[in-house]
Design a protein around this ligand. Structure first.
Ligand SMILES: Nc1ncnc2c1ncn2[C@@H]1O[C@H](COP(=O)(O)OP(=O)(O)OP(=O)(O)O)[C@@H](O)[C@H]1O
Ligand SMILES: [Mg+2]
Length: 504
């Protein structure tokens, strides 16, 4: 930042309460033209609420918003749009059937008489994509793009509409590690044009790559704003959680996969079409096995199939040495298998049930045995998980899931399955959107459950996560297992190499 930098946006003393609980308490942020400002804080700190106020999705209870030094009223998203503010949502409400060109030029397609001049249209679209260095065929349908391509197309669309401020709320949560760079290239191109970015992420390494300054919130209050060059990752974590976090590598005893212990899960020759083939794997009780693969490798399809969400056409699954037929998730559940799905919104949560009900959902059978004690037992079990994982919400455990922050929703899905008393737990991206402090709590709970005999199979695109929780790691490339590493053998380089199809 130089003194000549222009102050573009000021949010001053913003206040907001839900259910009488203050979730933003006089929070102020400044945004300069052409900078990337990171907005950081633990799950439930108020980040999404603040930017929803900026976008007119929520109404503030107090405070002032200024653009170019002038107070502005933002009562609805349309007001924000008129002021040049654009939100890039994680799940785009894009029209999948449209081509990239149609999506970008919607309402402004070049015409020749009464017909669309497609050649000119595609050329215009191509030019716009080039602004953000995206080399993409504009005749492609939106639904055939990768998540990152789709997001960049949305950004391109935003800047063609004269956006000055682009807000990204955890844009990379669903990105595989090798695609983040593509988004960052386009952010750098935007900033060069004087556009400003507000960037929210729980991946602190990203903040150091892309942000100029970082503003930290804690419990709805402003902790401070720092220039990235003046600060370390450790300082940031300390600002976020209020104390130092030391992630001691816990000395856990790792079960010996080669021992004579009978496997609890044994998968042989499992295959589904061309998505994955010949998958052999086994887990003994107490083992945590990670499966690592790049986008489209088929690793998440493997665990979804074990859970009965789709049918294999070859191979078998055995639980405790007995072959089981799993044609749907209910069969899987009966066989003692649980799944924490990757897409929590669609599969994992009942958004209109409250926190207590969601946590105890998969355990209702066990609870009803207690007859009229059910409610109080449900309550104390839910409270246990709220404490253990630090689940936070403004209205207590009767708050509907829909009103929890993203990371806290994810903790509830996890709590439900950790509570569920299964033999084998399948996890898909268990800490998407979960803040650094809470991530450590989740890993500790996984370790604790494993040491009581639970077998855990974990799919994650977060290499650090795979490396720090797994006792053993398998790599998948194009639907095939390409490597197996013990915790002591596994390293970033080896896993990436094997996941990219390299042979060792
Ligand atoms: N519509 C709503 N109704 C009730 N409470 C809400 C609503 N929206 C947010 N909250 C509460 O406001 C607080 C802040 O939530 P917010 O979504 O802003 O957190 P966040 O910092 O974005 O967290 P995360 O990192 O988990 O996404 C939370 O306690 C949340 O439960
Ligand atoms: Mg959020």
């Amino acid at each position: 930042m130089t003194p000549s930098d222009k102050l573009l946006l000021q949010m001053q003393d913003i206040e907001k309460s839900f259910y009488g609980v203050k979730v933003l308490d006089k929070v102020s942020i400044d945004l300069y033209a052409g900078e990337v400002l990171a907005l950081l804080g633990e799950n439930g700190a108020g980040k999404s609420t603040l930017i929803k106020i900026l976008n007119g999705d929520y109404q503030k209870d107090g405070g002032t918003i200024l653009i170019d030094g002038q107070p502005v009223q933002i009562n609805r998203p349309r007001d924000a749009e008129a002021l040049g503010i654009r939100m890039i949502y994680q799940e785009q409400h894009y029209a999948g059937e449209l081509s990239v060109t149609e999506n970008l030029l919607l309402g402004h397609l070049p015409m020749r008489g009464f017909i669309v001049d497609w050649k000119a249209a595609h050329n215009q679209a191509r030019e716009r994509l080039k602004l953000l260095k995206l080399d993409l065929d504009p005749t492609k349908l939106m639904m055939n793009l990768t998540v990152v391509e789709r997001q960049i197309v949305e950004v391109v669309k935003a800047i063609s509409g004269n956006a000055r401020i682009i807000v990204m709320d955890e844009p990379t949560a669903a990105f595989p590690p090798n695609e983040v760079a593509l988004l960052f290239d386009s952010i750098r191109a935007l900033v060069k044009q004087g556009i400003s970015i507000i960037y929210i992420s729980h991946r602190l390494d990203e903040i150091f790559q892309i942000a100029d300054r970082a503003t930290v919130l804690r419990d709805g209050k402003l902790v401070g704003t720092k220039s990235i060059t003046d600060i370390t990752q450790r300082d940031l974590v300390q600002m976020m959680v209020g104390h130092d976090v030391t992630r001691g590598t816990s000395e856990t005893s790792i079960p010996d996969a080669n021992s004579n212990t009978k496997p609890v899960l044994q998968v042989s020759g499992l295959g589904r079409g061309s998505i994955f083939t010949n998958i052999d794997l086994q887990l003994i009780p107490g083992e945590i096995v990670g499966i690592f693969g790049l986008l489209g490798a088929g690793h998440d399809a493997i665990i979804n199939t074990i859970f009965g969400e789709s049918q294999p056409d070859r191979g078998s699954i055995m639980i405790d040495g007995k072959q089981v037929t799993i044609t749907n998730p209910r069969d899987a559940r009966r066989a003692g298998i649980g799944l924490v799905p990757g897409d929590r919104k669609v599969q994992g949560l009942v958004l209109d049930m409250n926190v207590r009900e969601n946590v105890t959902l998969s355990n209702w059978g066990a609870l009803s045995r207690w007859g009229f004690f059910q409610r109080s037992s449900e309550k104390s079990r839910a409270q246990q998980w709220i404490d253990r994982l630090g689940i936070r919400m403004a209205g207590g455990m009767t708050t509907k899931l829909r009103f929890l922050s993203g990371g806290n929703q994810q903790k509830v899905v996890l709590a439900r399955w950790l509570e569920a008393n299964v033999k084998v737990l399948l996890l898909n991206e268990p800490t998407w959107g979960v803040d650094v402090g809470a991530r450590g709590d989740i890993y500790a709970q996984l370790e604790a459950l494993a040491s009581q005999g639970l077998a855990i199979l974990l799919v994650s695109s977060d290499l650090d996560e795979v490396l720090s929780v797994s006792h053993r790691v398998l790599t998948v490339y194009k639907g095939q297992l390409t490597g197996q590493f013990s915790r002591s053998e596994a390293s970033r380089e080896k896993l990436l190499h094997a996941a990219a199809g390299g042979t060792l």
